[in-house]
Design a protein around this ligand. Structure first.
Ligand code: ZN
Length: 164
C-alpha cells in the first residue's frame, strides 16, 4: 500500500496546533499527543480544513480564518436576558459556563453565560469564537487513510475512543 503523505478528504490527519486570537493563545492541542481529525467531515472549522488540504506531513503552516469560515458572524439576537428563577435554585451560575437550552422545537441549543446581575442572567447562543478572526499555527504530524468505520461515523477512532 502506498504511503499516504498529503492531507485529503477521507484521511485521518494528526496535527499539533496553537490557536491565537489577536496574539493571545486561546487553545492548543497541548501536550505531546497530536489531535486527530477526519479530513472532509467537518470535524474542524471549514477555513482550517481548506488551509490544510493538499499539505504534507512535516509541514508547519499558519492559517488565518475569517469568521465566515470559522465560527460564523455574531448574531446579537442570540443574546438574551433570562430571569434568575428560570435556573434551578441550586444551579451554579458562572460567566463562561456553557449549558444546553431548549429551543422552540424542543431541540437542544448550546448557550454560554456572558453576564449576570442580581435577578437576571445574560445568555448568548453565539459560539464564544463567533465574529473572531482565528490565527492557527499548525504542524502536520501524520496522515493515514481512514477505516471504513471511521468514514461511516465521520470521525477518527483513536485508542482512547470511548464514545461507543
Ligand atoms: Zn465512531
Amino acid at each position: 500500500m502506498a504511503e499516504v503523505r498529503t492531507v485529503a478528504a477521507g484521511r485521518v490527519v494528526s496535527i499539533h496546533y496553537t490557536l491565537r486570537e489577536k496574539d493571545e493563545v486561546i487553545d492548543s492541542s497541548g501536550g505531546d499527543e497530536p489531535m486527530e481529525y477526519l479530513h472532509g467531515a467537518e470535524n474542524i472549522v471549514p477555513g482550517l480544513e481548506e488551509g490544510l488540504t493538499g499539505r504534507s506531513v512535516g509541514e508547519t503552516l499558519r492559517v488565518r480564518v475569517e469568521p465566515e469560515k470559522g465560527y460564523g458572524r455574531r448574531d446579537e439576537q442570540a443574546v438574551q436576558q433570562v430571569p434568575r428563577e428560570a435556573f434551578p435554585p441550586d444551579a451554579e451560575i458562572e460567566i463562561g459556563m456553557q449549558f444546553l437550552a431548549e429551543g422552540p422545537q424542543g431541540e437542544r441549543i448550546p448557550v454560554w453565560i456572558v453576564a449576570e446581575s442580581q435577578d437576571e442572567v445574560t445568555v448568548d447562543a453565539n459560539h464564544p469564537l463567533a465574529g473572531k478572526v482565528l490565527d492557527f499555527e499548525v504542524s502536520i504530524a501524520g496522515v493515514r487513510d481512514a477505516t471504513p468505520e471511521e468514514l461511516e461515523h465521520g470521525h477518527p477512532h483513536g485508542d482512547d475512543c470511548g464514545h461507543h
